[in-house]
Design a protein around this ligand. Sequence first.
Ligand code: NAD
Ligand code: ZN
Length: 362
Amino acid sequence: MEDNCLPGAIYVRRVAVKGLVYGGPGVRSWTEIPAPVIQEPRDVVIQVDAVTICGTDLHILGGDVPEVAVGRVLGHEAVGTVVETGSGVSGITAGDRVLASCISACGICRFCREGSYGQCLGGGGWILGHTVDGVQAEYGRIPFADQSTYKLPEQVSDEAAVLLADILPTSYEVGVLNGRVQPGDTVVVVGAGPIGLAAVITARLFSPAHIVVIDKADSRLQAAKTFGADTIVRAGAEDPLTAVRALTGGLGADVVMEAVGSPQTFELCTTLVRAGGHIANVGVHGKPATLHLEDLWIRNITITTGLVDTYSTPKLLGMLVAGQIDIERMITHRFGLDQCTEAYDVFADPISSGALKVVLSR
Ligand code: NAD
Ligand code: ZN
């Protein structure tokens, strides 16, 4: 019998469904997994309607996130239809179309009470596709569902909404707000993947004078221009320091965001920032980077790091509905769920594929 999750219909659970399983560094497969079930009263199970792949998934596959266990179902960015709710769920019911956030929140602990959901002490935080099975699958279990999902208004498409599960709040909170972008600033974004591009989109909300984007992939630099970058710099072919100094009278940038996650790019950021400026690290790092305090101690630099909290998701959803942010065109490639491994290949090789964000749909 087919699964059916229309309102009022009976959900018939399958024994096994398919999902993208991590098999250790470099190894992943689309294979049978046990069907997700309600384990705690605050869980829901969703049928995954649209899901995407994150640069963080590539870091996991690169061995940079060693706490991810072999056998884990990956994925932390999805839109789905609720098929089953635990007894402790009050705000959503079967049939609701929801955004499943990359961050789950118990809502009760000290950090959740401060809106720092990423640091949840009650079993939430970044758990999906990390410490519990994720949503690159036909079905997914979403813990603390009342605090970890958002009902979607009809006018927001699955494809636009899925970009709000992680990349938009991450770029906005960890990049733009932590970096304190101000009107008139010169902002540098290192890395023009989906995170870097979303940083360009959300930095523009604050009217910076100039946005410089640095990447190795020409297709991504061209995309950065269409999203609002004023200057693009091809890493390896041009010197970012010369370009940024030329734009700032030799001072350096007011805000530099690291959106790659490598020692070289972090160290590059510390050379591009002006005295008194901000470096907002967004990238996930698996290797140590050198902090040149012998140069930096005298320069009044603020360095921030952060896991996204997703406190801005309701605001970003509102901006999406109001047409203030145009993000859907970031999706360059579309796949069926069962083409997941192909989608990984395309996303992992943007230089030849030209991929920005890939979406897999049911
Ligand atoms: P991505 O892999 O699609 O993009 C990374 C980009 O960096 C690519 O375009 C690549 O060409 C570019 N790049 C690689 N080496 C470079 C170099 N030496 N110089 C210039 N550019 C270089 O990843 P994404 O999805 O855009 O994510 C970006 C980073 O943000 C990743 O590290 C990801 O793990 C991280 N992230 C952090 C959070 C958080 O909460 N802090 C959340 C989501 C993603
Ligand atoms: Zn992510």
